[in-house]
Design a protein around this ligand. Sequence first.
Ligand SMILES: *Cc1c(COP(=O)(O)O)cnc(C)c1O
Length: 294
Amino acid sequence: MATNQTADEMKIDPNRAVELASNLARTLASIKCANPTNRSVRLVAVSKLKPASDILALTAKHILDDIPATDKAHLPHLHFGENYTQELLHKARVLPNHIRWHFIGALQTNKCKQLAEQIPNLWAVESVDTAKKADALEKGRTALKDKLSEQQTDTKIERVRIYVQVNTSNEDSKSGVEPNEASGLAKHIVENCPNLQLQGLMTIGAIARSQAASEGELNQDFVVLKKAREQIAKDLGWDVSKLELSMGMSADYEDAIRQGSDEIRIGTGIFGARPPKKVATDEKHNEADKKEGE
Ligand SMILES: *Cc1c(COP(=O)(O)O)cnc(C)c1O
């Protein structure tokens, strides 16, 4: 029964695959347009609330034949972003383990250990905003490494990359540390979490600010994130280039790239509109979802 279910959810509808490939091609073309110097900008395809078969379709090479070779250099390694713990745990179990998963949603402390322990190919967690969450992720990764070394497998487990989420728009409804608290948290991760790797900073930002930016101004959320990075680099004695900026979503990624983004996270632009949020399997999960909004 379970096996049949898995087979069903992995079935790729050829029409859907064509649609996804063309959405992706369009997105890659406009990324290129916003990035004339061809800086390296990572695309994370945000697949939350979308079926596993959509992800599989985008990772199947032959389906992407329509995309010019120059645009798809990084496609076999496409990164995927998820917001809900249960959904990510499930997808990570049924989908190929070369997928690079990013957890980008509202993070609960009591789910952190599970994420880091149960998903060996968890590439990054982008929504870390407390030292407790970092410590719990560290604990999970340590447990996974211990388990693997007991089994004497030679699977190499990478550190989990961590982005400190910053509330750049000063909205109560948004997760993230205040910009002036980001440095303390970054330092905590570097000094106390050997199985985590501080990768950079992430922001979602306010809709009003992306709209203002589309009328020719700078997006202030991106300005604030960049400033926070400068401060952290200074405090850590690191070069700023060692810290990435994860900023820009479907509505504002072109501006984000122009303002120096290293990673954009695109859901709607690739997968289309999302279904209404499913009823979460536990209430706390639900609460976290509400807090994050979209
Ligand atoms: C959902 C989500 C995205 C993608 O949003 P789109 O507007 O659909 O591109 C990016 N980042 C985070 C943190 C999200 O929750």
